[in-house]
Design a protein around this ligand. Sequence first.
Ligand SMILES: [Zn+2]
Length: 552
Amino acid sequence: MSNSPTRREFLGTLAAASMFPLEEEKAELILHNGNVVTVNQKEPRTQAVAISRGRILALGSDADVLHLATVGTKKIDLGKKTVLPGFIDAHSHPAMAGVMHLRMVDCDLRSIAAIQEAMRERAAKTPAGEWVLGFKYDDTKTAEGRPLKIEDLDAAVPDHPVHIEHRGGHTVYCNSLAFQRAGIDAKTPDPAGGKIDHDAATGKLSGRVAESARALLDRVIPEKLTRDDHREGVKLISKMLAKTGITSATEAQGTPTDLLAYQDARDSGDLLYRAYCFINYRYIDSMIAAGVRTGLGDEWVRVGAMKMVSDGSISERTARLSTAYEGRPSDFGIVVMTEEELYTYGKKAHSAGWQIGTHSNGDVGIDMTLRVYERLQKESPRHDPRFRLEHCTVVNDGLVERIKALGAIPTPFSTYVYYHGEKMRYYGAERLNHMFALRSFLDAGIRATQASDYPPGEFVPMMALQSEVTRTDMKGNVWGPKQKITVEEAIRVGTIHGAYASFEENLKGSLEAGKVADLVVLGRDPLKEDPMTLVTIPVERTMAGGRWTFEA
Ligand SMILES: [Zn+2]
């Protein structure tokens, strides 16, 4: 496996590019005899791509492009395989997920027994008394049809405190030793905004802890991560993303630690995707004071938008809705930051030239965020601020019109319908036709993106395509069929729209001469595939900046 350029090589590329015009460069690599889908309307299909110094030198027919070959040119016959631009995951948490994969047990397993076994195995390799941590547990996906209990964890791991995070990130499951360490017993009262669950029959701790009550446990789990661990996390997740055809991703809840980890991974050659690193609003004052704003960085690591949160989550059913959840008539979800808070932080960032990305899932949350954006733009108009609505899940015609008028960018969950189908029933058939509303966005001319939100959602781009095109889950249930889009549209959503969302549409997102050589070679053509099997299309190779980041 080859690596992304190191810092020195990258700077070398820049210097060389400014000394020699692109036309005079020699083709280092030519991919030919391919079915190249460019996502460039001027030349939608072609056969061959010439690459030099990490960029696309030329595209065209085999005859035209092979003509550019010189003695040193490497040629690869694609055997008619399909080439697409590399995929852009516009909302994900890769650096965070990377360190979680490093230190935690992946509990995305299909039975409680399998989770017990995985935790037992990790405990056997962990000194007694030290924490055994898990993540990606999903109570709706295990064969037993019931949530994990404290007894399950005590039986599997009696001598280590155990802490398992739910996939959605808002609840955790623990064993008795963990509660003992945290000083929690059956009589401990719920803290404000949190819940310590009890067994309804016995009144004993059930093992589940929700929302702010998680802090009681967090404070007793030692934070042992070093600067190197964070770089290693990026290295690990880089390989996972490259394998699926992703060449760029947004770190949607970024911190200064993430930004540093990305720079470290870039310099060590371990960063295999281009990172657009959001900065959480809590750090915005120090960032502005240091003269930092959105766009600072280079083609591999760039400062993204300031991140805020208006409401709750879709997968854990806390998004703020105007009409109640199905079967829960008094439950409308929660508001996380008030409109005044969103405005106060938003004003600082907007005035300092930052892009803003606000997590807004429910129609009430989206309405509130739009009101803040509209006010900011009215009070201090900025050319092309590209406000982002992170997730922007439940919409209506009025919201879509306002998004269009503002030029804002929604980043809806791309794989939820396919992967989290069992959670869709909480929203009801009618509402589903207004959720992850790509059809409505595209019809209005809004540049919505592909976005996984990993770890809560799966990041595989071919799964995103299948989910968006079929609106069908793994079991064959259809959710919100009015929002279906075509494969061709889904590819644009996953490439050029993602580039636009980070102001980089002139750099990447389509295959054009002068753009970066970020692409993916697929085993089959998604445009000719049965939409119900798109997820099975194999990724054969991924290239970022002219180097193979994955080869099957
Ligand atoms: Zn997120």
